[in-house]
Structure formats: structure tokens, C-alpha cells
Design a protein around this ligand. Structure first.
Ligand code: F6R
Length: 241
């Protein structure tokens, strides 16, 4: 694991943006794994800016998001589908059919999970996966206790995760209780992983990820076993390492 310490959120977003653009320029058919949440917003703004300045095209890029809530319509303002369209896709030249999110409204969610898995495989697996870090160590929506051997699956969201995400909803009651997420093994098959960590509230989680034991009770700890992980973390998040 390589830890890249940066001053602040802006620098974290820029460094990650440069790495994403390098990958896009190097590969003929790059496959990106994307996350939602607050952490990657600055990265997405950076990519949009570079695209607007005609420095990069996304026409040849394929994307797979990590997760989606179960039970929200695609155009619900809290769905990750809506988030991705608003915060990234609609500002780029990426063909919409090359962007993928799990369908949290599928009639048969288990079938959707295995099809999503197959779509990632058919695309040749993820070249570069962007991750955020959950306060409880989750990656994607793989909550503590998820087997390291998990593939894309349906999860029951931890109460702490629902509370952490309630800031985006009118009230906690509206936060879905389930999600569909790429599994830990799915994430670990990515050729390269960049994890972004910002803010003092993530310091404890980051310290446990870097120095703690590899344990299913702290899902992100598995990253210690991946041979191409870069963690870009700001000063506040690095307080305990
Ligand atoms: C989102 C995701 C989650 C977030 C994590 C951190 O697609 O997979 O694991 O990365 O919950 O969220 P933020 O960035 O909002 O602190």
C-alpha cells in the first residue's frame, strides 16, 4: 500500500484526477470503478474541468459503480444513478450505455447481482477502482462482517451507515435499509485501486486500515493484501498515522 499524504481535499481530488486521466490516456478501453458519497465529488469536478478544457475525452471509457440503494427509482434525487448523472456523466462525452450501476429496483435482485458481476467480467474487470472509506471500515456497501470472498450481493445497511448517509435525505426514515454492492472479492480483482480519505472524522478508520489487522470486521483492511493500492489522504485524515 502506498500512502500519499496531501494537504487538503482539493489536493487529494487533483492528485486522484491526474491518476485517472493518466489511466484513461494510457489504455485503449479503460474500465473505471466509481464510488459515490462526498469524498469523490472534487475528483469528479476535476475530471469535468479537464474535459471542458478539451484535455481529455471519455468516449472510450467504461464505468461500473460500486453500489446502489435498493428501492429507489433511478431518477430519485438520492439514488446513486441520479448522483452519477448529475455530478459526472452528463458533463462528459461518455456514451451513457458505457456507464453501469447495479439496478436497485430489479425484480430479482440476486439475479441482477450476478448479472452485474458478469458485466464487469465481460468488460475485462476494473482497471482502476476509486474507493471512499466508511467510518466503520466499509468499502462499497460491504459492512463489517462481510466475507472477504463476497461477490456482488444484496446487503442490509448498518444503522451507523444509514445515519452517516441521512444527511442527504429529508429524514433517517427515508434512508433505504438495503443496497446492492460489488463484493469484496469483486473489488479486490481491480487491477489498481485508489482510495480517497479526507477529514478528521476518518482518521481513526484510516489508522485501522493502515495499521490494524486484516479482519472481516473491518472490511477495508483487506486492501493491505492488494498489490496495487494507493491511498490519497489529507492531513486531517492522517492525524493518527
Ligand atoms: C459509495 C460507497 C461508500 C462510500 C463511503 C464513504 O459508493 O461505496 O463506501 O465511499 O461510505 O462515504 P463519504 O465519501 O460520503 O464519506
Amino acid at each position: 500500500m502506498e500512502i500519499i499524504k496531501v494537504r487538503n481535499y482539493e489536493e487529494m481530488s487533483e492528485r486522484a484526477g491526474e491518476m485517472v486521466i493518466d489511466t484513461i490516456k494510457q489504455l485503449n478501453q479503460p474500465v473505471l470503478g466509481l464510488a459515490t458519497g462526498s469524498t469523490p465529488e472534487g475528483l469528479y469536478q476535476y475530471l469535468i474541468e479537464k474535459h471542458k478544457n478539451r484535455e481529455v475525452s471519455f468516449k472510450h471509457v467504461t464505468t461500473f459503480n460500486l453500489d446502489e440503494y435498493v428501492g429507489l427509482e433511478k431518477d430519485d434525487i438520492n439514488s446513486y444513478n441520479y448522483y452519477m448523472n448529475e455530478k459526472l456523466f452528463k458533463h462528459l462525452d461518455i456514451p451513457r450505455e458505457q456507464t453501469h450501476l447495479p439496478d436497485g429496483n430489479a425484480l430479482d435482485l440476486n439475479e441482477e447481482a450476478s448479472e452485474y458481476e458478469a458485466r464487469i467480467k465481460n468488460a475485462g474487470n476494473i482497471d482502476l477502482q476509486i474507493l471512499g472509506l466508511g467510518l466503520n471500515g466499509h468499502i462499497g456497501f460491504n459492512e463489517p462482517g462481510t466475507p472477504f470472498t463476497s461477490r456482488t450481493h444484496i446487503v442490509q445497511l448498518d444503522e451507523s451507515t444509514r445515519q452517516a448517509n441521512a444527511r442527504f435525505f429529508i429524514s433517517i426514515d427515508e434512508v433505504p435499509t438495503q443496497a446492492i454492492t460489488a463484493g469484496i472479492e469483486t473489488i479486490m480483482e481491480s487491477k489498481q485501486i485508489i482510495m480517497l480519505v479526507s477529514g478528521e472524522n476518518k482518521a481513526e478508520a484510516l489508522a485501522r486500515l493502515v495499521n490494524g489487522e486484516v479482519n472481516e470486521n473491518f472490511p477495508a483492511s483487506i486492501l493491505q493484501k492488494h498489490d496495487n493500492v494507493k491511498i490519497i489522504a489529507d492531513e486531517a485524515a492522517c492525524k493518527l498515522i
